[in-house]
Design a binder for this molecule. Structure first.
Ligand code: NDP
Length: 325
C-alpha cells in the first residue's frame, strides 16, 4: 500500500481506502461487511469512510460493531463520518450548529470511537451561514471530538469562503474535500478545485472511482443480477451515467484494458490514483473478490505511461479545458 498526505496536513491516508455507501446494512450481510473490512485492513487500507446518511445510520452501526470486535489499535486507522442528511425534521438536516453537534455525537456512539478522524459536511447548506459551520467544526476539534474536518461536493467558492472565515478568526478550516472523481466525471477536481490545492493545500478523498461499477465494464452485456444498477432508488445510474455516449466510451476503454492485459476496474482506479491531487481513492465493494481485485490497481500505476494516458484521453475526449493567460 502507498500512503499519501491529505493535502498539506500531516495526516497520512492509504492511497486506496474503503467506504460503505449502498453496501453495509443494506446490500450486503454483516458477515460480508466484516470480511470486507478485514481484507481492507490486512492489505494496508487505513481509512474507512462512512456517513450518518448511509442506511440512515445503520451503516455506521455495522462498521462500529466491526471496529469494536476487531479491536484494532485506534492509531492504526482513520474513520470518518459525514453530516447533512440526518432526518426529516427541521433541525435534522443541514449544517446548523445544532445538527452538526448532534450528528457528531451520534456518529461517535454508532462507530464506537472516542473521536472521528475526519468529519465531512456531506453537501453545502444554502440556509446556514458558512461561518456558523466553520465555528462549529473548530469547536468540535477543540473538544477532541473530531480531528480534521472537510467538505463534500462544495463549490470552490464555498470552500474558499470557509477558509476566509477560518483565517479571519484564526479557526481551523477544512483540510479535505470529497468530490466524485472518475474517468466520466472530472471537471471539479481537474479544473474548478485547482486554486484550492494551490492556495489552501486541500487534500481530496474521491468517491465512486468506478462510477458505481460502470467503469468495470460489467454492464456492457446487460445488467448482472444483484448489481447496483438493479437497485430501484439508484435508477439515476442507469438513466444518467449509463447513457449511450458513455456506453461507447466504456466499450472502447474495455478494449484498451484487454490490450494491456489488465481489468477495466484496475485501469479506471489506477487512472484516478495517477492524479497527484488525489489523496485517497475510496473503494466500494459488495463482494470480497471485488475488493481483492481492486486492491491490485496500485500495481498498475507504472503501466500508465504517457502513451497509455494519451490513448485514454483519445477515448474519453472529456479533459477539462484550462484557460491560459
Ligand atoms: P465505485 O464507483 O467504485 O462503485 C463500487 C461498486 O461497483 C461496488 O459496490 C460494486 O457494486 C461494483 N464493483 C466494484 N468493484 C467491482 C469489480 N471489481 N467488478 C465488478 N463490480 C465491481 O464506488 P462507490 O460508488 O461505492 O463509492 C465508494 C465510496 O465513496 C462509498 O462507499 C462512500 O464511502 C463514498 N461516497 C461518497 C459520496 C459523497 O457524497 N461524499 C457519494 C458516494 C460515495 P455491485 O456489485 O453492487 O454492482
Amino acid at each position: 500500500m502507498e500512503y499519501r498526505r491529505m493535502g498539506k496536513s500531516g495526516l497520512q491516508l492509504s492511497a486506496l481506502s474503503f467506504g460503505s455507501w449502498v453496501t453495509f446494512a443494506s446490500q450486503v450481510q454483516d458477515n460480508t461487511s466484516e470480511k470486507l473490512m478485514q481484507v481492507a485492513y490486512d492489505n494496508g487500507i487505513n481509512f474507512f469512510d462512512n456517513a450518518e446518511a448511509y442506511a440512515s445510520g445503520k451503516s455506521e452501526k455495522v462498521m462500529g460493531d466491526i471496529l469494536k470486535k476487531m479491536n484494532w489499535d485506534r492509531s492504526s486507522y482513520v474513520v470518518s463520518s459525514k453530516v447533512f442528511w440526518g432526518g426529516n425534521l427541521p433541525n435534522q438536516k443541514g449544517l446548523m450548529r445544532k445538527h452538526v453537534v448532534e450528528a457528531a455525537n451520534a456518529a461517535l456512539q454508532r462507530l464506537n470511537v472516542d473521536y472521528l478522524d475526519l468529519f465531512y459536511c456531506h453537501r453545502p447548506d444554502e440556509f446556514t451561514p458558512i461561518s456558523e459551520t466553520v465555528w462549529t467544526m473548530h469547536n468540535l476539534i477543540q473538544q477532541g471530538k473530531i480531528l480534521y474536518w472537510g467538505t463534500s461536493e462544495w463549490s470552490a467558492q464555498q470552500i474558499t469562503e470557509a477558509h476566509v472565515v477560518a483565517e479571519r478568526y484564526n479557526l481551523i478550516g477544512p483540510s479535505v474535500e470529497q468530490p466524485q472523481y472518475n474517468l466520466l466525471e472530472r471537471t471539479k477536481l481537474e479544473k474548478e478545485y485547482l486554486p484550492l490545492f494551490k492556495n489552501f493545500g486541500m487534500g481530496t478523498t474521491i468517491w465512486s472511482p468506478l462510477a458505481s461499477g460502470v467503469l468495470t465494464g460489467k454492464y456492457l452485456n446487460g445488467i448482472p443480477k444483484g448489481s447496483r444498477m438493479e437497485i430501484e432508488s439508484l435508477a439515476w445510474i442507469k438513466d444518467k451515467v449509463w447513457n449511450a455516449e458513455n456506453q461507447v466510451k466504456v466499450a472502447a476503454l474495455n478494449t484498451l484494458a484487454n490490450d494491456l492485459d489488465v481489468s477495466l476496474a484496475n485501469l479506471s482506479i489506477a487512472w484516478c490514483l495517477k492524479n497527484p491531487n488525489v489523496s485517497s481513492v475510496i473503494l466500494g465493494a459488495s463482494k470480497v473478490e471485488q475488493l481483492e481485485e481492486n486492491l491490485k490497481s496500485i500495481e498498475l500505476l507504472p503501466k500508465l505511461t504517457s502513451e497509455v494516458m494519451a490513448k485514454i484521453e483519445a477515448i474519453m475526449g472529456n479533459k477539462p479545458h484550462l484557460t491560459s493567460y
